[in-house]
Design a protein around this ligand. Sequence first.
Ligand SMILES: C[S@@+](CC[C@H](N)C(=O)[O-])C[C@H]1O[C@@H](n2cnc3c(N)ncnc32)[C@H](O)[C@@H]1O
Length: 330
Amino acid sequence: MALMGTVNDLIDVRVDEAASEIRDLTAGLSKAPRRIPTVYGYDERGSELYAQICDLETYYPYRAEWALLTRNVDAICDRANVKEIVELGSGTATKSELLLKRASAISQVPLRYVPIDVSEEMLRKTSARLADSIDGLEIRPIAGDYHSGLSVVGQQPKASRLFLFMGSSLGNMSEQKRRELLEDIKSAGRPGDLMVVGVDFDKSRSTLETAYNDPPECDLWHNFLTNRLTCLNRAFDGDFNPSVFNSRLTYNTDARRMEAQIWPRLDIKFHLADLNLRGVIKAGERVIVDTSHKFKHDELNELLDTTGMRIMDAHEEPTVKYSLLLVEMM
Ligand SMILES: C[S@@+](CC[C@H](N)C(=O)[O-])C[C@H]1O[C@@H](n2cnc3c(N)ncnc32)[C@H](O)[C@@H]1O
């Protein structure tokens, strides 16, 4: 009879972070250029849409990371020799599954997996699937944002940990938040712990804009971006009409970031009743709903260096300038 993994009770820390998320949202919607924080993109539907985007031929970050992991999973696991894998923004964990299977197979003790994600539904689904497919895996899901999830991890007894932060998610935050996050990861771990991080580097505008927009006859990206309005309606008793919005992702070459913008085709009034927040968005006014920074090597080295981390191994997919790095905490 096959042994299965186990899923512990989900720890929900989303209440703790609601106040700061709401502050960011209120500030973001109140002044131009308006912004909706990325975290509002991942309800159940948003997570499903992102998973479907990963299947698009054109979306190289997923394909590159998959290829890099497939080629290097043994080397990474041999180096890491861990008892616990903590994943930030686990999503469907399809790539992480490669690593979990290998790490679990070579571990002398049952491997623990701690997925952290804001999307509770996805977290539950992913945990159940992994428990079905990896014998002996002990799963401790945490529903919450990176910061709150890591503070729970930091309160647990120290173990030899491998952190996973894939999907180029490091690029989805501001420079200050990137630094703060790496510091949070360091505090949750101990010297010698490792992190696998997927990093996307600067490249041509045309490669990026092809990867981050819908191919003909497809509206996955469009639905993924406008779904944020539906999330806000549900969370805060709002009245946005997503169907009057257009969308586009463009590369801001000076800032080296992809900017996901949505804009209404006509002037709209909006009201988020629970936040007592009202406003008018003019026809054509761009609202930024996501960004994805593209790194330079020097910039990344400086970021890791100043947060007390160093690159042990760099696996690169040169055709698309995407890397999977194994990083050590000093
Ligand atoms: C770009 S997807 C990457 C998913 C997966 N790691 C991969 O590589 O395919 C980002 C994931 O992080 C989660 N997420 C986004 N912002 C988050 C935050 N601030 N805290 C925790 N999870 C977050 C989303 O729900 C989503 O599952």
